[in-house]
Design a protein around this ligand. Structure first.
Ligand code: B12
Ligand code: SF4
Ligand code: SF4
Length: 389
C-alpha cells in the first residue's frame, strides 16, 4: 500500500463527520464466498422475503457489478429510537406505530446524499476515481459488506450492531477502484444473550442471525393481501415494520441518535391516530408519508394494518368507521380485514353489519373473511355482547 492510499484513508476517516457520515469502514472487494452458501441455503429453505436481489452471483461477486473493483467503502448513519413527547394512545384515540427505520425522511435518499458527498470529496483528491454507490436496493448484501468492513458484528437478531452506535443504523456502500487497506471485522458479539430470539412475536428468528422472512412481522406489514388470523393478532398496532428484536437488545439501551436533521420524526406522523388513516386519500397519503420509506408499497398495507390495529385494541368506538370500510371500501382486502376487526371487537352492531355484508359481498376472498368473522362471533357469545375476552 503506497503512502498515498494510507494518507487518503486517514483523511477519509477524519472527514466522515463533516460529510454527515457516522461510521466508515473499508472492505475488500473479494467475492463473498461464505455468504453465497448462506444465501443458497436460505433460498432452498424458502426463507426469502422476495424483496432481495434475486441474482445470488451478483449479490456475492462485486466484480460482476463493477469493472476491476479494488475496495468497498461501507458507511453507517445512525437514526433516532425515541419520540420526544409521544402522543398518547388511549380509548377513543387509538394510535398505530411506524418502525423507527421509517421515521424521518426516506433513508435511501439520505444515504445516497451522503454517498454523493463522499464521492465528490474523493474525486477532488483522486480525479481517476471510479465509484458505484448503493443503499438497500443494490445487489450487494449491505449487512455482509458492513460486517466485513468492521462497521459492526452480525447479531443474533440479524442486525449489524456497531459497538458505539448500536443497531439503529442504516447501511450503504460504494464500490471503488481505490486500493484502500481493508479494516478488520469486529470481534465483539452477542455472547450468550438470546433476548431478541425470545421476544420475536412470530418465532421468525429461527436461529442466531437466521430469519424466516415470511414469518417476520416487518415483512408481513409490507404485504398487500389478506393476512391469517395469527399474523393479524401478532401485528398488534404496527403499521409498518417491526422493531421488537432491536428494542429488547441490551446493546441499544439508551441509544437515541438525534444529530441527523433529516431523520428526526414528527410524532403525529409516526404514531398516528388510526381512524383518520382509514379514509386517507392518495393525495393526503403522499403529503403525509410520501417522503418516508414507508410509502414504497403505497397506502393499502398501512390502511389494512390500521384496521387490524383497531381490532386488536378492541376499540368499540371505531365500530361505525370499520362498518363503513366493510360496506364501502372498494378494495376487497380492506373489506375482509374490516370483517375480522369487527368480529374481534364484537357487539350487536358489528354482528348485524357482518350479516348484511355477507348477503351483499361479491368478492370470494372478502366473503370468506366475512363468513369466518360471523362464525367467530357465533362460536363466542361474549363477542356478540362486545365483552373484552
Ligand atoms: C430483504 C430485506 C428485508 C427482509 C428480510 C430481512 C432479512 N433478515 O433477511 C425484511 C422485509 C423482513 C426486512 C426487515 C427488516 N429490515 Co431489511 N433489508 C432487506 C435487504 C433488502 C436484503 C437482506 C437480505 O439479503 N437478507 C438475506 C440474508 C440471508 O442475508 P443478509 O441479512 O444480507 O446477510 C447476513 C445474513 O446472511 C447473516 N447470517 C446468515 N446466517 C447466519 C448465521 C449466523 C450464526 C450469523 C451470526 C449470521 C448469519 O450474515 C450476513 C451478514 O450480516 C437489505 C438491504 C440489502 N441490500 O442488503 C435490508 C436491510 C437488511 N434491512 C434493514 C432494516 C433496518 C430492516 C428492519 C430493522 C426494518 C424494520 N424496522 O422493520 C427489519 C429487520 C428484520 C430482521 N430481523 O432482519 C437494514 C439493516 C441495518 C442494520 N443495522 O443491520 C438493511 C441493511 C437496509 C439498509 N441499507 O440499511 N428486511
Ligand atoms: S422484526 Fe419483529 S418479527 Fe421480524 S425478527 Fe425482529 S422481532 Fe421478529
Ligand atoms: S438481544 Fe442479545 S442476542 Fe439479540 S442482538 Fe441484542 S445482544 Fe444479540
Amino acid at each position: 500500500m503506497t503512502d498515498r492510499w494510507v494518507k487518503l484513508k486517514e483523511e477519509l476517516l477524519e472527514a466522515a463527520p463533516i460529510l454527515g457520515i457516522d461510521k466508515i469502514g473499508i472492505a475488500s472487494a473479494d467475492p463473498f464466498v461464505s455468504l453465497k452458501q448462506i444465501l443458497l441455503r436460505h433460498r432452498e429453505l424458502g426463507r426469502e422475503s422476495g424483496f432481495e436481489e434475486p441474482d445470488i452471483e451478483k449479490r456475492t461477486n462485486p466484480s460482476l457489478l463493477f469493472d476491476k473493483p479494488q475496495s468497498i467503502i461501507a458507511i453507517a448513519i445512525a437514526y433516532p429510537s425515541k419520540l420526544k413527547d409521544p402522543p398518547k394512545s388511549e380509548p377513543g384515540a387509538r394510535r398505530g406505530i411506524m418502525s423507527r427505520s421509517a421515521w424521518g425522511d426516506d433513508y435511501h435518499r439520505v444515504l445516497r446524499d451522503r454517498l454523493a458527498k463522499l464521492e465528490e470529496w474523493l474525486r477532488e483528491r483522486v480525479p481517476e476515481l471510479r465509484a458505484e454507490s448503493m443503499v438497500d436496493t443494490g445487489a450487494l448484501s449491505d449487512r455482509a459488506v458492513a460486517e466485513r468492513a468492521g462497521i459492526g458484528w452480525s447479531a443474533k437478531n440479524c442486525s449489524i450492531i456497531s459497538p458505539g452506535l448500536g443497531s439503529w443504523i442504516y447501511l450503504g456502500e460504494m464500490i471503488t477502484n481505490l486500493p484502500l487497506a481493508p479494516d478488520e471485522p469486529i470481534t465483539e458479539g452477542c455472547g450468550s444473550c438470546t433476548k431478541c430470539i425470545d421476544a420475536c412475536p412470530t418465532d421468525a428468528l429461527v436461529g442466531p442471525g437466521q430469519l424466516n422472512a415470511s414469518r417476520c412481522i416487518s415483512f408481513v406489514t409490507q404485504t398487500k393481501g389478506m393476512l391469517t388470523d395469527e399474523f393479524m393478532r401478532k401485528i398488534g398496532n404496527r403499521l409498518y415494520g417491526c422493531d421488537t428484536c432491536q428494542t429488547v437488545c441490551p446493546v441499544n439501551r439508551g441509544k437515541n441518535w438525534t444529530h441527523q436533521p433529516e431523520l428526526q420524526p414528527d410524532p403525529e406522523l409516526v404514531k398516528p391516530l388510526l381512524v383518520p388513516l382509514l379514509t386517507m386519500g392518495n393525495k393526503e397519503f403522499q403529503a403525509r408519508y410520501g417522503r418516508t420509506s414507508s410509502a414504497w408499497r403505497g397506502k393499502k398495507p398501512i390502511q389494512r394494518n390500521a384496521v387490524i390495529a383497531l381490532g386488536n385494541f378492541k376499540e368499540a368506538g371505531a365500530v361505525p368507521d370499520l362498518i363503513r370500510v366493510l360496506e364501502q371500501d372498494t378494495r376487497p382486502v380492506l373489506r375482509g380485514t374490516a370483517a375480522w376487526a369487527l368480529a374481534r371487537i364484537g357487539g350487536e352492531q358489528a354482528a348485524e353489519a357482518l350479516r348484511a355484508a355477507s348477503a351483499k359481498e361479491s368478492d370470494e376472498e372478502a366473503l370468506a373473511a366475512i363468513s369466518s368473522a360471523i362464525e367467530t362471533m357465533q362460536s363466542n357469545p361474549a363477542r356478540l355482547q362486545g365483552d373484552s375476552v
